[in-house]
Ligand binder design. Structure first.
Ligand code: FE2
Ligand code: FE2
Length: 147
């Protein structure tokens, strides 16, 4: 069967557009962190919204046959795909802990710690999505001869 007439690029496009959306939410988180003062309420709102998006995004990736398609096309990607999927629980736990720590971010020193933890989390999530995009794109590009 030709890969061109299959619907997978639709799934992939959908997931990639969610990645762009998550990226925009991280930009909002970072904008708050880059300000001069503490922005506990804004950061909490941004992180809680991100958590909702992330939960449903991860679920879709896990159920949607999203990475499986890449693996079917290129079995050698299977270890890399398993590795990125395996990062989901830790990312959600890190985000939950971060949201929990906002309660205590009531001093300048505590805020600095929370802000640093938020920046680390943003970096972990960006790394995760980038690795995921790489697995998917590798699977599809080689299959389509676009490499
Ligand atoms: Fe993911
Ligand atoms: Fe993702």
């Amino acid at each position: 069967m030709s890969s061109i007439d299959r619907a997978d690029p639709v799934i992939m496009g959908h997931i990639l557009s969610q990645h762009r959306e998550l990226h925009a939410q991280l930009v909002a988180v970072r904008a708050c962190l880059a300000g001069s003062g503490r922005c506990v309420a804004e950061l909490r709102a941004a992180l809680e919204s991100l958590r909702d998006h992330l939960r449903s995004h991860f679920r879709q990736e896990e159920m949607g046959g999203f990475l499986e398609e890449s693996i079917a096309r290129m079995p050698r990607l299977s270890a890399a795909a398993r590795t990125v999927m395996g990062e989901h629980p830790a990312l959600l736990a890190e985000l939950d802990a971060l949201i929990g720590s906002l309660e205590k971010a009531d001093s300048a020193a505590a805020w600095d710690q929370t802000a640093a933890a938020a920046e680390r989390f943003a970096q972990h999530l960006l790394d995760h999505e980038r690795n995921e995009n790489a697995v998917v794109q590798e699977g599809y590009n080689e299959d389509l001869g676009l490499d």
